[in-house]
Each structure stands twice: as structure tokens, then as C-alpha cells.
Design a protein. Structure first.
Length: 243
């Protein structure tokens, strides 16, 4: 996992994301909807919903919007029916790409995703064509902006809680877990007083692809095009991002 940092990617995109609050709220709404649809509307018993709501509140999404989407998912309000779809393919330079979407119009979304790949030198593949290159992991970012978090102490804490790896970064620590241990580690670190910047169960590449500068630029354009699509929830790739 060394040599690559989701935390740096998050920092890099933060200002651009802040300029798109409407789209961010839309994505939070879909996350909340699907979490409540799958696990029910009670945050006390639905960890996925609790995490989705916490992320929405961190971006200042209004409580009324949050409650409305939970009610839509649990059948208390009429609303669109969303479908989860995963697309797999290759970006420029053979970069493996997985795109998760949540859409109420799969034909529209499929066309948009296919066009984004084609326009930027990539191509969509069959299901399973690249997913074997990724591992599903719990991923937690612990803040260390002031440098006050002791790495040895944090390492003991996360290992005791069930994590499997910790990677120091500039201003933060990345903690990796097996998916089944993820929520327990989040709760343990929160109870221990650590500040968690972000947390999710996500896909981590087994290896990274270092491509030419031209292909890296094309790949960045592909990512930005996909991020501008309101149906796109997550983008996973194995591009080795240079400093």
C-alpha cells in the first residue's frame, strides 16, 4: 500500500469539490438513500447509514434533506428508484478503472460513462475484467495536522482494534482494515479521542500502473469527466500518481 495515498488525492480535489456543493449534496443524498434502502432507516443499527449521514453533515448538508432521503428509501415518501451499477474498464495507458454509479436511468448513465472512457482514450470492459486487481478494505484517515499524534501509540490502538496496516502521510495517518473490522476500528479510534477525517469501505489496488505524462493527463481528464456526472458515486483506479 506504500507509495500511494488516497489522502493526498482527497486533499488535491478538495477545493474543486467545494465549488460543486450542489453535486456533492446530490451524491450524499444517493448514498443516504441506498444505505437506508439496504439496511433500514435506524442509524443506531445501520452503520452504513450512520457513516453516510456523518459525511453529509460534514459537508453541511441540511438535516431536512437528510431526513427526506431516509424517508424516501424506507417508503415513507414517494421518490425515484435508484439502481446500483458497476462499470469496469481500462483508462489511457492500461490503467484499471472501476466506476460505481447510482442511477434512476441506467441507459442514460451507461451512455455517459461509455462516452467518457472513449473520449479520453479508454474503453469499457466486461464485469470482472479489472475487479480482480483490487482488494476490498476498510479505509480510515486519522488527522495529524499538528503532528501531535504519536505513531507508536496509534499503531498499538489500531492493531488492538483489529486493523491490519497503518501508513503515515503528511498531516494524517491512513489505517487499513478488513471490511468486517472496519466499523469496530472507527468506533475504537473515536472513543479513544482521535479525529477521523474520512472513513469508508473501499477498493484498494493490489498494484499501481505508472504511465506516461500524456496518459496521466488523459486519465485525470477521464476522472474529472466522471466526477462531473451526478450519477457517479465512486471511481477506483490503479494509476500511480506522482507527486
Amino acid at each position: 500500500m506504500a507509495g500511494h495515498s488516497k489522502w493526498k488525492n482527497i486533499q488535491k480535489r478538495k477545493n474543486a469539490q467545494d465549488a460543486k456543493k450542489g453535486k456533492i449534496f446530490m451524491r450524499h443524498a444517493k448514498d443516504i438513500y441506498i444505505a437506508a434502502k439496504q439496511g433500514g432507516g435506524d442509524m443506531a443499527t445501520n452503520a452504513s447509514l450512520r457513516a453516510a449521514v456523518e459525511k453529509a453533515k460534514a459537508d453541511n448538508m441540511p438535516n431536512d434533506n437528510i431526513e427526506r432521503n431516509i424517508k424516501k428509501a424506507t417508503g415513507d415518501l414517494d421518490g425515484a428508484n435508484y439502481e446500483e451499477i458497476t462499470y469496469e474498464g481500462y483508462g489511457p495507458g492500461g490503467v484499471a478503472v472501476i466506476v460505481n454509479v447510482l442511477t434512476d436511468n441506467k441507459n442514460r448513465t451507461a451512455s455517459d460513462v461509455r462516452h467518457a472512457f472513449k473520449k479520453n482514450g479508454g474503453n469499457l470492459g466486461e464485469n470482472g475484467s479489472v475487479s480482480f486487481m483490487f482488494d476490498r478494505k476498510g479505509y480510515i484517515i486519522v488527522a495529524n495536522e499538528d503532528g501531535n499524534v504519536d505513531e507508536d501509540e496509534l499503531t498499538l490502538e489500531v492493531l488492538e482494534a483489529g486493523a491490519e496496516d497503518i501508513v503515515p502521510q503528511d498531516g494524517a495517518y491512513e489505517v487499513y482494515t478488513e471490511p468486517e473490522n472496519y466499523q469496530a476500528v472507527v468506533e475504537h479510534l473515536t472513543d479513544a479521542g482521535y479525529t477521523i477525517v474520512d472513513n469508508e469501505v473501499t477498493l484498494i489496488p493490489q498494484n499501481y500502473n505508472n504511465v506516461s505524462e500524456e496518459d496521466a493527463d488523459k486519465m485525470q481528464n477521464l476522472i474529472e469527466t466522471l466526477e462531473d456526472n451526478e450519477d457517479v458515486q465512486d471511481i477506483h483506479h490503479n494509476l500511480e500518481e506522482n507527486e
